[in-house]
Design a protein around this ligand. Structure first.
Ligand SMILES: [Fe+2]
Ligand SMILES: [Fe+2]
Length: 189
C-alpha cells in the first residue's frame, strides 16, 4: 500500500476515536444528564483546526493528481473540497448548539442531538467514501511517477521540523482528549 494512503487511513482511525468521544458525550446529553463540556469543547476545537491544517491538505495533494489523471472519474465520485466545506459548516452548527446549551438558551434536546449527530454521521460517511471508494480509485489510477511527484510535494510542505511539530501538537491534544474522556467515563460509573 502506498505510504501516504496508509497515513491518511491512520488519520481517519484517529479522527474516528474523537467522533466516538463526541458520540459518547452526546449519549450522556441525550439521557438528560450533564455531559463533560470540557471534553465536548475540546473535541470541537480539535475538529475546527486539525482537518484543515493537517488532514485535508494531504488529501488535496493526492486528489489534485487524481483529477489531473482521470478528471471524469474523479468528478463522478465526489467533489472532495465541497465535502470538506460542508463538514466545516456542520461543525460550526455543533459549536453554536453547544454554546446555546451552555448559555441556557432554549434549544430542544432533540434539536441539539440532531445537529451533533448530523456532524458525526456525515464525517463517518465521508471517511467511508474516502477509504472505500476514493482511495482505491486513486491507487488504481496513479502511476509510480505520480506517487514520486506527490512524495516531493509532501516533503516540500511537511518537511520542515516546524510542520512535524504541528502534527505532534495535534497528536498530543488528541491523546489528552482521550484521557479526559476516559476519566469522564470512569466518573460516571
Ligand atoms: Fe476528506
Ligand atoms: Fe479524510
Amino acid at each position: 500500500m502506498v505510504e501516504i494512503i496508509e497515513i491518511l487511513r491512520q488519520e481517519h482511525r484517529n479522527i474516528e476515536k474523537l467522533l466516538r468521544v463526541m458520540e459518547q458525550e452526546l449519549s450522556v446529553f441525550d439521557r438528560g444528564e450533564r455531559p463533560d463540556y470540557e471534553v465536548f469543547g475540546a473535541v470541537i476545537e480539535f475538529f475546527k483546526k486539525y482537518p484543515d491544517s493537517c488532514h485535508h491538505p494531504k488529501e488535496d495533494i493526492i486528489y489534485e493528481k487524481f483529477k489531473a489523471r482521470a478528471p471524469g472519474r474523479a468528478m463522478s465520485i465526489a467533489d472532495l473540497q465541497a465535502e470538506h466545506r460542508e463538514g466545516a459548516l456542520r461543525l460550526r452548527r455543533v459549536a453554536q448548539a453547544i454554546d446555546s446549551v451552555l448559555n441556557d438558551q432554549e434549544l430542544l434536546r432533540e434539536r441539539v442531538d440532531r445537529i451533533v449527530r448530523d456532524f458525526i454521521d456525515n464525517e463517518r460517511k465521508h471517511i467511508a467514501l474516502e477509504d472505500e471508494i476514493i482511495f482505491p480509485a486513486i491507487v488504481d489510477t496513479l502511476q509510480p511517477g505520480d506517487w514520486a511527484d506527490i512524495a516531493l510535494i509532501m516533503a516540500d510542505r511537511y518537511g520542515p521540523p516546524s510542520e512535524a511539530d504541528f502534527e505532534e501538537q495535534f497528536s498530543t491534544l488528541r491523546r489528552n482528549i482521550l484521557e479526559l474522556e476516559e476519566a469522564a467515563v470512569a466518573r460516571r460509573l
